[in-house]
Write a protein that binds this ligand. Structure first.
Ligand code: GLC
Length: 527
């Protein structure tokens, strides 16, 4: 099993917010192409583009109305080909987002399906008669709040939408749907894309008997996530879904050196099972442990040790600090801890996924109510901020709109963009960007960081997480202080020197047998 993916760092671009080249306040493909040198220079090996297909944009592209074309907001197919060619010229791969669970309600398939109960595409989506009293067919809930069923006046049946009402779920039990979606994959793979990030990969198949889901006894109503009030035993991770993911992967594997990563929020054992089901290096489920576990050295260590051992050397772990749905890491942990989280993410064995702006230390931006756009926030009373705060425009320079656009952007730019932007951070030797560049540079020069085994270290200090990356003829030691106090750690035998600190003020410092880590400091050492 030979693949180039193990040494690549993936960078997620939310295209609406990366760079506007057309002057409409919304990012686009030519904007991304303009910035390829920046990404290459940073040390990025692959891009993942959130959806750019034709869409009415109710869920900003995750509601697709044509899988075979680019939305004019983002450009044209030839802009896409140009981006792909230029990225490949720089040895950067391109992953597309792939949304198989649902389409837009404006997709021609759904329009036909909706037109009459006898239409030949009726069964491409999930339609059910109301209960005798007219209510929804069962208690299934939408991730975006309320029932997952929407009554359609015209044909007097309900359709299923696990997300927004504008996103009807496809019926994966219909073989025509399967064929069509597999063809979509082949179409883009033939065009040259290097693979996919599969959206909500656990949702495809639903219980054929449409049974009510049981109440979740651990539900916390104060969190206002009504979806979590049920245990999703009839709508999530059915065996048929796992089988279909394996099938998706077999399509990927009809082509050379492609990759597929699946969006699945689940626990360790299931992540590991998924690797085993697909059993190939060109597949990985996302691992969101940094998002879900507390910032605590012991808990993180327990997870990482177990995860690395369970999946074994044949597969690539993934590590994620944020994405377009989750709070930004700096807002969650504070700057110093976020720098150390980045060090861990980029030095642990596996494939790191950087969310655009993470390398600048971008924060969540409070969006005034009247400017909110996220359908999730607008649908769910009490879920005040939604996902807009993490989707604000990339901060390129100190100009009015952060160098993102010449006109007012679709979402406001983060308040601190005057200090926190590419141009300013490029000249600041201690900035977030300088830290990312230094670590990514180390990944290029020290093979143990991309090819070495993960060797856990017993630090005898509960606040410090330590590990060694052991390559063929080189070792790299990483130590991370999770606490806000100074922490001392004994070093393993050897003449260690510190080659990088997250504070960026230490270089080639010879150590004795013990080091003191400053609050939230992470360091890299070699012999
Ligand atoms: C995924 C996407 C999210 C989207 C949802 C529905 O979770 O990451 O942004 O709203 O799927 O497609």
């Amino acid at each position: 099993m030979n693949s180039t993916w193990g040494a690549r760092v993936v960078y997620q671009i939310y295209p609406r917010s990366f760079k506007d080249s057309s002057g409409d306040g919304i990012g686009d493909l030519n904007g991304i192409t303009e910035k390829l040198d920046y990404l290459k220079d940073l040390g990025i090996g692959a891009l993942w583009l959130s959806p750019i297909y034709c869409s009415p944009m109710h869920d900003f592209g995750y509601d697709i109305s044509n899988y075979y074309d680019i939305d004019p907001i983002f450009g044209t197919l030839s802009d896409f080909d140009n981006l792909l060619r230029k990225a490949h010229d720089k040895d950067m791969k391109v992953l597309m987002d792939f949304v198989p669970n649902h389409t837009s309600f404006e997709h021609p398939w759904f329009k036909e399906s909706r037109s009459s109960q006898n239409n030949h595409k009726r069964d491409w989506y999930i339609w059910k008669k109301p209960k005798k009293n007219g209510s929804a067919p069962n208690n299934w809930l939408s991730q975006f709040g309320g029932s997952a069923w929407k009554f359609d006046e015209k044909t007097e049946e309900y359709y299923l939408h696990t997300f927004d009402v504008s996103q009807p779920d496809l019926n994966w039990r219909n073989p025509h749907v399967v064929d069509e979606i597999l063809n979509v994959m082949r179409y883009w793979l033939k065009r040259g894309v290097d693979g996919f990030r599969v959206d909500v990969a656990y949702y495809l198949y639903k219980d054929p008997f449409f049974r009510d889901e049981p109440y979740n006894p651990a539900y916390l109503p104060e969190l206002n996530m009504q979806y979590d009030s049920l245990l999703h035993i009839y709508t999530l991770a059915l065996p048929e879904t796992l089988h279909m993911l394996k099938k998706f992967h077999s399509v990927i594997n009809e082509f050379d050196d492609r990759f597929m990563v699946c969006e699945i929020y689940t626990f360790l054992q299931e992540i590991v099972n998924l690797y085993r089901i697909v059993d190939h290096q060109s597949f990985a489920p996302f691992n969101f442990s940094f998002l879900s576990l507390p910032w605590n050295a012991q808990e993180q260590k327990r997870f990482i040790d177990e995860f690395d051992e369970m999946i074994g050397d044949d597969f690539f772990p993934t590590y994620v600090l944020g994405n377009h749905d989750k709070p930004r890491i700096v807002t969650k942990l504070g700057e110093d801890a976020a720098r150390t989280a980045a060090l861990l993410q980029l030095t642990l064995r596996g494939i790191p996924f950087i969310y655009y702006g993470e390398e600048l230390g971008m924060k969540n931006m409070d969006i005034p109510k009247e400017k909110m756009k996220d359908p999730m926030a607008l649908n769910m009373k009490g879920f005040h901020f939604g996902r807009d705060p993490v989707r604000t425009p990339m901060q390129w320079d100190t100009t009015q709109y952060g160098g993102f656009s010449n006109v007012e952007p679709w979402l406001p730019i983060e308040k601190e963009s005057a200090e926190r932007n590419v141009a300013s951070e490029e000249i600041d030797k201690e900035s977030f960007l300088s830290l990312y560049k230094s670590i990514l540079n180390l990944r290029k020069t020290r093979k143990s960081l991309t090819e070495g085994k993960y060797i856990p270290l017993e630090c005898k200090n509960p606040h410090v997480l330590g590990f060694i990356r052991r390559g063929v003829d080189e070792e790299t030691l990483i130590l991370a202080n999770f606490s806000e106090e100074i922490q001392g750690v004994e070093l393993p035998t050897g003449d260690w020197k510190t080659i990088l600190s997250t504070k960026l003020d230490v270089k080639n410092r010879k150590e004795q047998n013990r080091v003191n880590l400053r609050p939230f400091e992470g360091i890299v050492l070699c012999i």
